[in-house]
Unconditional design. Structure first.
Length: 455
């Protein structure tokens, strides 16, 4: 509980909150950027175009004043009053400050730098008509001021509309962004909480718990499915460890009990023959215990990858022939026959000692469980994908219910309980095959068992 409080102690540590705030910031930034672009296109650029047009008119009028004199300029301004499409404005002020001609209701006392907008409302027949004049100013050769402009009331109306709309738009965008942020945070939070709750229940010991999937196929569903697969593997691993622990305890209990009994009897034995017999039995049980621990240690070393240093190119045909030759006398003693169908010239990269151990274990199992008169076939051939090694017997085989478990440590089927063995032979084979990144298949040969190693 203390760790949970630490994780949730800081509000800023919430990923969903940070994502929500980033979402709000990006949403508002994009809104402002879009509004700014719209303002530039709808207001500022038209004002620049209007200013450029007025500057051109002012330059033409200034040229008229230089070429034709002041009267020609006044006539040109009066003629200009009747042009369109936007209402023209002007004001001509003499060097002494007196107005020569003007239709602007007012103008600034100081010269206009660049361009400016002035209110130019006009009263006609008792009605006020709103105008907004965009003006530029020229200083004539004698010091007179020439102010020229055009009506930009429609642009000014858009400007006011943008000014008012921007406030409402930003408020609406902020509310929308906050609402979206809250919705997103809750949606993401619920999915994360589902993972957290499942993880805590698994930590509490319920390994069957799984993260619920919504079936949307989104990233969270994919992550949940992957985590569920991981939890399934963990459950299988823990269950396997539990079964191994139970089997270890069971397998060690019997030889330890016999060893204890033999030693106890040895302590009270009177004759030398009795002592020799009990000593032999005790040594046999100790040897069985040592064999179990050696096999477990060998499997652990193989699964940890500490045998990779023995990898090299080997002659598989010769290795398999040697393994068949080694087990042929034992098979003949059981009235069995080993048939060799090994293709010549087979070679692959492997640890020869480990591979020989795996083949030897498989042949030993085939001889041990094949039954009297069984035929054991050892086949090796090259394929398009690599090399296949098969060992097939026509004995009683393995029951379907136990076939998936025969590679577990200490597992032995009910029908093999009375036969010698530790239940570690196929576990060692599986570890060796896994070390080489090969595949082990155990199938029903109808009758008997087929074991295939795909290299």
């Amino acid at each position: 509980m203390r760790g949970r409080g630490t994780m949730r102690g800081g509000l800023w540590h919430s990923l969903t909150l940070r994502l929500g705030l980033i979402y709000v910031g990006l949403f508002l930034a994009s809104t402002v950027a879009l509004f700014g672009a719209a303002y530039w296109i709808g207001v500022y650029q038209p004002l620049l175009d209007a200013a450029a047009g007025v500057r051109g008119e002012a330059a033409e009028l200034e040229a008229i004043d230089r070429g034709g004199g002041r009267d020609a300029l006044v006539r040109a301004l009066l003629v200009r009053e009747k042009t369109g499409p936007k209402r023209p404005f002007h004001a001509l002020i003499a060097p002494d400050g007196k107005t020569v001609t003007a239709n602007l209701p007012s103008w600034p006392e100081t010269p206009v730098a660049g361009w400016a907008t002035l209110e130019a409302d006009v009263y006609q027949a008792g009605q006020e008509q709103d105008y907004e004049a965009l003006v530029v100013e020229r200083r004539l050769s004698d010091g007179a001021r020439l102010i020229v402009g055009r009506d930009v009331e429609s642009i000014d109306d858009r400007d006011e509309l943008y000014a008012i709309g921007s406030v409402w738009l930003i408020l609406f965008a902020a509310l929308l962004a906050l609402g979206g942020s809250v919705a997103m945070s809750r949606a993401v939070g619920r999915r994360i909480d589902a993972v957290t709750r499942t993880a805590r229940r698994v930590m509490a010991g319920n390994l069957t718990e799984r993260i619920p999937l919504r079936g949307t196929g989104d990233d969270f569903d994919e992550l949940s499915a992957t985590l569920n697969l991981m939890l399934g593997r963990i459950e299988e691993a823990v269950e396997s460890v539990r079964r191994v622990s139970d089997n270890v305890a069971h397998e060690l209990r019997t030889p330890l009990a016999r060893l204890h009994a033999d030693l106890d009897e040895l302590r009270g034995a009177e004759s030398e023959d009795e002592r020799q017999r009990l000593t032999g039995q005790a040594l046999a049980e100790a040897g069985r215990l040592q064999a179990i621990f050696d096999a477990l240690l060998r499997i652990a070393r193989i699964e940890s990858g500490r045998h990779l240093s023995g990898m090299r190119r080997i002659d598989l045909t010769t290795l398999l022939a040697d393994a068949v030759e080694l087990h042929t006398p034992d098979a003949e003693a059981h009235g069995q026959r080993i048939e060799s169908r090994i293709a010549p010239g087979l070679a692959l990269d492997a640890d020869p000692n480990l591979l020989f151990q795996a083949i030897s274990n498989l042949l030993d199992n085939a001889v041990k469980y094949g039954g009297e008169g069984a035929v054991i076939a050892v086949t090796a051939r090259g394929t398009e994908s690599g090399t296949e090694i098969e060992i097939v017997d026509n004995g009683p085989g393995i029951a379907d219910a136990w076939r998936d478990r025969v590679t577990e440590r200490f597992f032995r089927g009910p029908d093999t309980a009375g036969l010698p063995g530790t239940g570690l032979g196929l576990a060692l084979v599986s570890a060796i095959v896994g070390l080489h990144k090969w595949r082990l298949d155990i199938e029903d040969a109808r009758p008997g068992t087929r074991v295939r190693i795909c290299c």
